[in-house]
Design a protein around this ligand. Structure first.
Ligand SMILES: [Zn+2]
Length: 57
């Protein structure tokens, strides 16, 4: 299944069995992308909002 990174517009292929909510890493810019929609045309991503835990030192 073809998809495109919303951040760097790199086009890549991921497995068809990918599920909604799954986190994919862009092979080009390494950003974390969450699968929010699957349709016949492909995959819709949203940039995953990773919480930065600051535990302090
Ligand atoms: Zn990218």
């Amino acid at each position: 299944m073809n998809c495109k990174c919303p951040e760097c517009y790199f086009e890549f292929v991921i497995e068809d069995e990918v599920m909604i909510g799954e986190i994919i890493e862009c092979p080009d810019c390494a950003i974390q992308l969450e699968v929010v929609e699957k349709n016949n045309g492909g995959i819709v991503f949203e940039v995953a909002q990773l919480e930065e835990e600051d535990w302090g030192e």
